[in-house]
Design a protein around this ligand. Structure first.
Ligand SMILES: [Zn+2]
Ligand SMILES: [Zn+2]
Length: 425
């Protein structure tokens, strides 16, 4: 099967390409990238006029809830949401029920994902049962297909265990993905500690809950020479700590999520539990520091931390509602609207965070548009607006603080492994 993508603006952050080029796909590979590719007989054509042609997007942090909570989301269902949202690769976190801490479960995810439209790369648990006590069999998990390790959903509270995990994972040259949180400092907190939590009379989570663990983990990465990747960075203080660690030559990378560069804790008053997440939405100063961190490259990756929760659970009183929001569907529109339009990011600066950078951190054979590469392509119209409503959100659970928002950036086509897996109607 041949497909020619005509008249698009190809953005490939891996090579710094930003040019009007056509792309020829043959079966599961990109065959040619050049101007004026002739459409042969029997070839399909996609007219990408006015659109960006990007490497298939990669989300290195999602929760698909299978096994255990298939009523909330499944591997196949989540993969379809991802395809609709422009993603051709996702990494699933290990905090399912049971957690992904053995070979059979890693294989289960890969097998299940094969029935879906995109590539799914499992992240396995750092500790058995996510109990924070005993390191999992990392070698076996890698052999089964795990691409990294994380106990995400909860921190690794023990310093000695984190040290050992970083040392052990070094043998496989894979990162430990850290959910940085000091649970004692978080205590019963449900939102950012500050002016708004005082105003609302709600228990706060100080930024230090995150920053203390990022500091500790950076020092343990220095000690162990392992690779640390910090999940969902939310404060300006965290950006500063990671900047210093990188300057000191420590092997640390990090990600933030679109909500941390789009919203502040002002949203909690209006959105209540729809704006309840961990780490919590912070202040405007933090939001601006996150944007600066992305601009300067201290923050390597944008990942959604897509975390579906059923409406029943989310509609409980704020104190009891679970932490987390969905993020796949709104990721591209928020990147285009907030980073490109409002903050002047180039397309390369914005999209390297969600293509080649996560691919390099996890050593995935993805994230580039070049002859011979796997045919994963996302086509986006940056000028077309989308309305975030019930229909736009295809997740089973619609827990988002962005409901009703009109944003720029519409995903027009998603091509995964040479197959058109999403077309905008
Ligand atoms: Zn987390
Ligand atoms: Zn997470």
């Amino acid at each position: 099967v041949k497909i020619v993508i005509k008249n698009g603006r190809v953005i490939d952050p891996a090579t710094g390409t930003d040019a009007m080029l056509d792309v020829l796909i043959e079966d599961d590979r990109i065959r040619q990238l050049s101007a004026g590719i002739k459409v042969g007989e029997g070839s399909g054509v996609i007219d990408a006029s006015g659109c960006l042609v990007l490497p298939g997007l990669i989300d290195m942090h999602v929760h698909f809830r299978e096994p255990g909570r298939e009523d909330v989301e499944t591997i196949i269902g989540g993969s379809m949401v991802a395809a609709r949202s422009g993603f051709t690769s996702v990494c699933t976190m290990a905090n399912t029920t049971p957690p992904i801490d053995n070979q059979a479960l890693v294989r289960f995810i890969k097998l299940e994902a094969e029935k879906g439209p995109i590539s799914v790369f499992p992240i396995a648990a750092v500790t058995k049962g996510l109990q924070g006590e005993e390191i999992s069999e990392m070698g076996e998990l890698i052999n089964a297909g795990a691409v990294a390790f994380s106990d995400d959903g909860r921190p690794i509270s023990s310093s000695i265990l984190m040290r050992r995990a970083l040392e052990y994972s070094r043998m496989f040259d894979v990162p430990i993905l850290s959910h940085a949180e000091d649970l004692e400092l978080t205590d019963e907190g449900i939102m950012n500690e500050g002016f708004n939590s005082t105003l609302l009379g709600l228990k706060g989570i100080p930024g230090e809950s995150e920053e203390i663990i990022i500091s500790r983990d950076s020092l343990l990465a220095r000690l162990s020479k392992g690779r640390l990747h910090v999940c969902h960075v939310s404060t300006g203080g965290s950006v500063g700590i990671i900047r210093n660690a990188k300057q000191a030559g420590i092997r640390v990378t990090c990600e933030t999520a679109p909500h941390y560069f789009s919203l502040t804790d002002d949203a909690v008053a209006d959105q209540l539990s729809m704006a309840k997440m961990k780490p919590p939405l912070r202040t405007e100063t933090d939001r601006l520091a996150i944007i600066e961190g992305l601009k300067s490259g201290v923050i390597d990756v944008i990942a959604t931390d897509h975390a579906p929760h059923s409406l029943n659970e989310k509609m409980q009183e704020l104190e009891y509602a679970p932490f987390g929001i969905i993020g796949l569907e709104t990721a591209v529109p928020l990147i285009i609207t907030v980073l490109v339009k409002d903050n002047g990011f180039s397309y390369i600066e914005a999209f390297e965070k969600i293509t080649i950078n996560p691919a390099r951190i996890l050593k995935l054979p993805k994230g580039e548009i070049k002859a011979g590469a796997e045919a994963d392509i996302t086509i986006i119209n940056p000028e077309r607006k989308v309305l975030v409503d019930e229909e736009f959100l295809v997740s089973k659970c619609k827990n988002t603080p962005f409901m009703g928002r009109e944003l720029y950036g519409s995903v027009e086509y998603t091509i995964s492994n040479g197959n058109i897996v999403y077309t905008r109607k």
